[in-house]
Ligand binder design. Structure first.
Ligand code: NOJ
Ligand code: CA
Length: 554
């Protein structure tokens, strides 16, 4: 593939409400991010992805936008935003925004106008349908795991509106060209404000099957997953091509599609030379622990070999046509240590570092989620009312509906809750972990005794933070970057508990993802990174990961 500027980037995702609360009101803010830019610069990241900061009633923490043109006052002002972009630029850090255009908030002016007057042009900006004798128009289940994807319009007879996600997130009607043009204009205004691109939310949901027909139920509720009729459906290409042509392409913006439901055969259309996006996130191995990312009670018993095969398959498929967006965590996922490190004895810095090596050097751009670089872990909660996240509540109720006990349902939610990754960031050991001065944060901290934090990590050169810093330095180092950035991904056959791969001419990565000592053939070479102090030839200790420079890859 031809070289693109964004292939060199190292992305860092910030979840603004939980990063740093500068004005001590309990909610992270833009001034807090500005304050912490030097720390991010010291780590070495090059682009920040900001989860949504637009005006929002926060029913889904900003993924419900009530005004695309302004900053949510809880986060700051447009002046703060401009200041953030300019301050980041001085440190050679770019900013990308989250673009949520499958739906708006039910508090968006367009939706309010659509509700107020059925004859308003805004009515057709959304999807309104007649119900079936007072019931929803069909049996599609919301993507958050419970209940219909339709909500009855109050004050009107037998009329419903559609929402793939919560009822506070009505779906935009992409069939409407006027609505599409308004969205494109909005995107171009943000590009003009100096953002380098976008992470594009839930984008494969914008096209719905126009028959709006019911489907075979897939749960005891008689409903079927909405994605079967609304995710990556035929003719979505018309909208995605137009979106790209009218916006991103003209500004050479970087775009990362949150594009679930795309098969490996279709990757060319999405991320090929003329694809709709620069990259898309591949969820195949993020969801290794559950059969479906929206049904947390359906657990798998995955093996290292299965994880390895998923990673290989993903990398090889993407390599044929384009560039990958590699991640282990984001604001929708539990912490990677809890998900991928099965032995609790290694769910500390050993686990954090070995997962770091595993994902960071895959072919594509690495995406680090806030807290991953210090090895933050899940925060167990003892009752369902302690959860903020909408999908945690939906999944809890759905699990009970499917016959599980309250205790079992709570366990599923604790394992998978999106609140795990949303706990306020730990900056130091002071009150409220330095997130703010003393105000109660919007989401409780974990009650664990010893919590990792940036200040301690930066004092210790053997810490996870330093390990991430070192990984970033190696990727940027001109001696290795030809291999580590543009070099091919190659499968290396190894022990069933080891995930091994080569990059370019001279780099090999070996990660033992088990608590066993593994003997396996490893060529001699220059060890550039090691999650242990020592290395014994052809041996990997429990959860040991190494990166070696060899004479030549086969
Ligand atoms: C995906 C986002 O990552 C998630 O947080 C959100 O709830 C849904 N899309 C709906 O916008
Ligand atoms: Ca604040």
């Amino acid at each position: 593939m031809t070289e693109k500027w964004w292939q060199n980037e190292i992305f860092y995702q910030i979840y603004p409400a939980s990063f740093k609360d500068a004005n001590n009101d309990g909610i992270g803010d833009l001034k807090g991010i500005i304050e912490k830019l030097p720390t991010l610069s010291a780590l070495g990241i090059t682009t920040i992805w900001l989860s949504p900061i637009y005006c929002s009633p926060m029913c889904d923490n900003g993924y419900d936008i009530s005004d695309y043109e302004n900053i949510e006052p809880k986060f700051g002002t447009m002046a703060d935003f401009n200041h953030l972009v300019a301050s980041a630029k001085k440190l050679d850090i770019k900013i990308i925004m989250d673009l949520v255009i499958n739906h708006t908030s039910d508090q968006h002016l367009w939706f309010k106008k659509a509700l107020k007057n059925p004859n308003s042009p805004y009515r057709d900006y959304y999807i309104f349908k007649q119900g079936l004798n007072g019931e929803a128009p069909n049996n599609w289940r919301s993507n958050f795991g419970k209940g219909s994807s339709w909500t009855k319009v109050s004050g009107e007879d037998n009329v419903f509106y559609h929402h793939v996600f919560s009822k506070h997130q009505p779906d935009l009607n992409w069939e409407n060209p006027r609505m599409r043009q308004e969205i494109y204009n909005m995107i171009n205004r943000w590009l003009a404000r100096g953002v380098a691109g976008f992470r594009v939310d839930a984008i494969t949901f914008i096209k719905k099957d126009q028959d709006f027909a019911s489907i075979e139920p897939d749960g005891v509720d008689g409903l079927g997953k909405v994605k079967r009729k609304a995710e990556n459906r035929p003719e979505i290409e018309k909208f995605l091509n137009e979106l790209n042509e009218k916006t991103f392409e003209q500004s050479d913006a970087v775009t990362i599609g949150e594009a679930s439901g795309v098969s490996y055969d279709e990757l060319g259309q999405f991320i090929g030379e003329k694809g709709y996006f620069s990259m898309i996130f591949d969820f195949h191995y993020a969801d290794i622990d559950v059969y479906s990312g929206s049904e947390w009670y359906r657990k798998t018993k995955w093996t290292v070999k299965e994880l390895r095969d998923e990673i290989y398959h993903s990398q090889l498929s993407i390599q044929k046509v384009g560039w990958a967006a590699n991640f282990l965590e984001n604001h929708d996922q539990p912490r990677s240590i809890n998900k991928y490190i099965k032995d609790v004895n290694y769910q500390g810095s050993y686990g954090a570092k070995t997962l770091g090596i595993l994902f960071f050097f895959l072919r594509g751009c690495p995406f680090i989620y806030q807290g991953q670089e210090i090895g933050m872990v899940n925060a167990a909660r003892t009752q369902i009312s302690d959860f903020n996240d909408v999908s945690s509540h939906d999944n809890y109720e759905r699990a009970i509906e499917e016959g599980f006990t309250e205790k079992e349902a709570l366990k599923f939610v604790n394992d998978r809750s999106r609140d795990n990754g949303r706990v306020p960031f730990h900056w130091n050991n002071d009150r409220n972990h330095g997130f703010n001065r003393d105000h109660k944060p919007w989401l409780a901290f974990s009650t664990q005794d010893k919590l990792v934090n940036v200040k301690d990590e930066r004092k210790n050169v053997k810490s996870v933070w330093y390990f991430y810093k070192r990984m970033i330095e190696i990727r940027k180092n001109p001696t290795y970057s030809a291999d580590l950035i543009s070099g091919d991904f190659k499968v290396i056959e190894s022990n069933e508990n080891v995930i091994a791969y080569g990059r370019g001419e001279k780099i090999q990565i070996y990660v033992n993802l088990s608590s066993k000592v593994v003997e396996t053939a490893i060529p001699h070479g220059n060890i550039l990174l090691n999650t242990y102090e020592d290395y014994t030839n052809n041996t990997l200790f429990p959860y040991q990961g190494i990166l070696i420079e060899v004479d030549k890859n086969e």
